[in-house]
Unconditional design. Structure first.
Length: 164
């Protein structure tokens, strides 16, 4: 297995192209990535292909799952697209949800922990703020609600009328 694929698996960014891995002056692992060609130029909200608008605000960083006691970050360009439905938004990135500073793998881990323990414990374990845990849970729950049809497989509805 190639080194870059190992880094992708460790940080939960298998669906991205890893360009470089370095350790910065503060001892944090920073992995430079870019989306695959077929994943580029998509609206960050609806994921429809949209024309590019500009290059955004330069390179951004998303917090990834820690590597032991070492902080890890994913770094990439975040250009903006002009979506017909949502206007000018940051393009969709396969490793992060829209309006998030964390990778999907990190957010999924936080949400799972929040279901099984307190927000304070999750915040301390994952080294994020208590409010970040709440926002992460909201994003993960919203995505899950949109992905599932709660009435799928429903065959009958019983309605009881009560007359006074």
């Amino acid at each position: 297995m190639r080194k870059k694929r190992v880094w992708g698996r460790l940080l939960g960014v298998e669906q991205a192209v890893i360009e470089d891995v370095e350790i910065d002056d503060r001892g944090r692992v920073v992995v430079a990535v870019r989306p695959r060609y077929r994943d580029r130029d998509r609206c960050g909200i609806c994921r429809r292909r949209s024309p590019g608008f500009d290059l955004g605000e330069g390179r951004r960083r998303w917090r990834a799952l820690d590597l032991g006691t070492t902080f890890a970050y994913v770094e990439a360009e975040a250009p903006r697209v002009s979506c017909a439905r949502h206007g000018v938004v940051v393009c969709a990135l396969p490793w992060a949800r829209h309006d998030s500073r964390f990778t999907r793998a990190f957010e999924d881990q936080v949400a799972w922990l929040a279901v099984n323990t307190s927000k304070s414990a999750v915040a301390e374990l994952m080294r994020v703020s208590w409010r970040s845990v709440g926002r992460i849970c909201e994003r993960v729950a919203a995505e899950t609600r949109h992905a599932q049809d709660l009435l799928a497989g429903l065959e009958r509805i019983g309605i009881e009328t009560v007359c006074a």
